[in-house]
Design a protein around this ligand. Sequence first.
Ligand code: ATP
Ligand code: MG
Length: 326
Amino acid sequence: MKVVDSILKAQALYHVYESKAEDGNVVALRGLHIDVKAGEAIAVVGPSGSGKSTLMKCLGGLMKASAGSVFLAGKNMTRLSGPELVHLRQKTVSFIFQDGNLLPNMNARDNVAQPLRHQGISSRKALKLADAMLDKLGILHRAKALPMRLSGGEQQRVAIARALITKPRLILADEPTGALDPITSREVLALFKDLHENDGVSFLIVTHSKEVAAFANRSLELRDGRFVAEHGEGVDVEDLSEGRELIIDDTGTVTLPPDVLLRIGGAGKYMIGNIDSGYISLQGESVESMGKLELASKCPACKHDYGDSEEQLCPSCGSSRPMVEV
Ligand SMILES: Nc1ncnc2c1ncn2[C@@H]1O[C@H](COP(=O)(O)OP(=O)(O)OP(=O)(O)O)[C@@H](O)[C@H]1O
Ligand SMILES: [Mg+2]
């Protein structure tokens, strides 16, 4: 059997944002497991606030998770000393975040060249390579501009150039095409595809975009800090109820997405019916006593009125649509 190396693995990852405010702590990640194999491209999809950015920051070692472990190229990141961690990250992984990717007091070219200089490459060579990468992303003409003088889409392209310049084995990207126009977005995606298919670069990409999700080999659906389901190629990000495989993790935990819960009659007690290897059936003890639920008619976050629609995500603010008792 061929053993495929894991480039990034997390086990029982928890993250709590502590706050003394009245609404208290926020549990953003609830015991999450993930395994990205070398050469794999995985999309992370899910509603706003489900923990996608928190997950990326914890996986990249930019934020220390409250509990759990993260293995990068087989090494436990929490066990490494500061310099060891920096070295491992430098040669393995690059990040593209929603914002704050660039150093504000350096021009575009220096921002892109900087990771190479950190690796001990001469400044002259680093700048030459930076120019070539900026050219590839169609932004060389803005090489001398400071980030604050660049548009959101231009900044994003510089950030992508900076992420690619070190030839990382893994790219962690949080909505990398979010600030780009459709044409640039397509070009960036083509570049990612090339790196994936021809250089075997692995990707973990948070996205709301159909095109980006289509590039991934599989997509993981995040809800309230847990991966609840997996989708194969060609996932429809606007309707996740299609082609969904529920995940039962090592601890035996399974979370039903709201639309599935709605269809079976809601929360309550279920008797185990038939059970066999790879098969289980559940029978609601008494559907009547479980309380009848329906999708909320208004978004609790922004008060959007859903009308007759069956949408799971709020079209105005992206929050997941809760269910209410009738
Ligand atoms: N610095 C913070 N302090 C307190 N709570 C936070 C902080 N950052 C995020 N949160 C909370 O943690 C949860 C997860 O946030 P996160 O940013 O990971 O969501 P997301 O899935 O990336 O959302 P979006 O799609 O809007 O980017 C949310 O409830 C959010 O309000
Ligand atoms: Mg986010």
